[in-house]
Design a protein around this ligand. Structure first.
Ligand SMILES: O=C(O)CCC(=O)C(=O)O
Ligand SMILES: [Fe+2]
Length: 373
């Protein structure tokens, strides 16, 4: 990506996507087609079918096996049979479309302030790039919904209340689902139900999960092949439950040969993407997925990643159950905020943050920074 990073003024300036007839230079991304985009279908000799995990299939052992395979080989999957009521996603879409359709002045009041996570605007990592993405976003800690959206709806009236109720409903459903999934992940790692019940760390991880929500609107784009909705990245926390419009846009990088596999968007399914701290927690057995979001020329797409991770003060270290007997943990312990600092530094060095946290094997040189991904 050419430097220098986008200027603070350009990064915060409001861009009117609706009236754009072309993708302006500020939003034009080179290198988007360095690897081909392919559909998630079986191709001879290549596995491009995004795994599907059916939580409701009634066979816990089969669910754990499917999850282990998806987490090891893809770091991502589609989740069905989860029991979240159908209406939740439709209500979310309606409210999010309404939020982003508000006048710029209302949204600007809630603009993210430097150094803060909550607010309207580009995610902090977007500021590293020299180009802008074709999306509008709003990030907030799920525990702060009522306070956060008073910045948008000053009067706290019916529109505000309705919006908050819908966000809270989604938060409740996703947190419950996230906790269920944590247990299935542990089972997929080979931890027994009794060990989970007795294991302090496992219990603490499930009981202290924290959630950040991000609302993404990818407006219809006049030249979708020249713009990107969200640049390629890995999520940093444990895992992300992504609600998406029934319009594909999420892509996963697969290797040998490198290609972007487009994740299907069947109504009712969630896309699940594993984050870097889950890779660390599972001693590298389950891996984070490099992904991006592309835009399209047919219509808007909305997505709501629900990022689950540890509380800020918790040290995340490889689980004993994930470390092979007689071996040392492969990573050193780290808190989420510390990890974010390492990741920020690593991006400047074009290095992998996880590799920087790796504990060298006996007899191996430490401090070597392999190239990113
Ligand atoms: O829009 C999507 O499907 C992906 C969003 C995403 O990866 C993110 O916000 O971290
Ligand atoms: Fe992501």
């Amino acid at each position: 990506m050419p430097s220098p990073p986008i200027s603070p003024a350009a990064a915060t300036a409001y861009f009117e996507f609706r009236s754009a007839e072309h993708v302006p230079e500020t939003h034009e991304w080179p290198g988007l087609h360095d690897h081909p985009s392919v559909d998630a279908v079986a191709v001879a000799g290549r596995d491009d079918e995004v795994p599907v995990v059916d939580l409701g299939c009634g066979d816990p052992a089969a669910v754990a096996r499917a999850l282990a395979r998806a987490a090891e080989e893809w770091g991502a999957f589609l989740l069905v049979g989860h029991g979240v009521p159908e209406g939740v996603a439709a209500r979310m879409e309606e409210q999010i479309a309404r939020l982003f359709a508000l006048p710029a002045a209302d949204k600007d009041r809630a603009a993210r302030r430097p150094g803060e996570m909550n607010g309207y605007g580009r995610p902090p990592y977007a500021l590293r790039f020299s180009r802008l993405m074709w999306s509008e976003g709003y990030t907030f800690a799920a525990a702060t919904i009522r306070d956060e959206f008073r910045r948008v709806w000053l009067d706290g009236g019916d529109d505000y209340l309705r919006f908050c109720e819908v966000m809270e409903e989604h938060h409740r459903e996703m947190m419950a689902l996230g906790k269920r999934l944590v247990d299935v992940f542990f089972r997929a790692l080979g931890v027994t139900d009794e060990q989970i019940a007795a294991g302090e760390t496992e219990r603490e991880i499930r009981e202290t999960l924290t959630a950040t929500m991000h609302l993404n609107l990818y407006p219809k784009c006049p030249e979708p092949e020249r713009a990107i909705g969200l640049a390629a990245h890995t999520d940093s926390g444990f895992f992300t439950l992504i609600m998406q419009s029934p319009v594909p846009g999420l892509q996963l990088l697969r290797r040998d040969p490198e290609r972007w596999v487009t994740v299907p968007a069947p109504p009712g399914a969630f896309a699940v993407v594993l984050g870097d701290l889950f890779q660390l927690l599972t001693n590298g057995r389950f891996r984070s997925a490099f992904h991006r979001a592309v835009v399209n020329g047919d219509g808007d797409r909305i997505s709501v990643p629900y990022f689950l991770g540890p509380p800020g003060g918790m040290q995340v270290a490889p689980l004993a159950a994930a470390v092979p007997p007689g071996r040392k943990p492969a990573f050193r312990p780290v808190t989420w905020p510390e990890y974010m600092r390492v990741k920020g530094k690593a991006s400047g060095l074009d290095a992998s943050a996880l590799a920087m946290l790796q504990v060298p094997e006996e007899g191996e040189e430490g401090g070597v920074v392999p190239p990113k991904n």
